[in-house]
Write a protein that binds this ligand. Sequence first.
Ligand SMILES: [Zn+2]
Length: 67
Amino acid sequence: MDWSEDSVETRFIQPYEAVKIYICPGCGRDIERGAGHIVAVPRLAPDLRRHWHKGCWNNRANRPPVR
Ligand SMILES: [Zn+2]
C-alpha cells in the first residue's frame, strides 16, 4: 500500500468521533475509543482506509507499517 501524501486523503478523527477501537497499521496496537487520530483513505482504493495514531502516521516514512 502506498501511503505517500499524494496517494491518500487524510482526516483527523476527533476524540468524540472515535467510538470504535481500531488497529493502527503503524504499530499494530489498538487506538482506544475516545482517542483523536488520523484516518487515511487511499484515493484509488477508498475501501482500504486505515486508522492511524497521529504519531505513527507522521513517522510512517521512518517506520514502515507493520500491517
Ligand atoms: Zn500506532
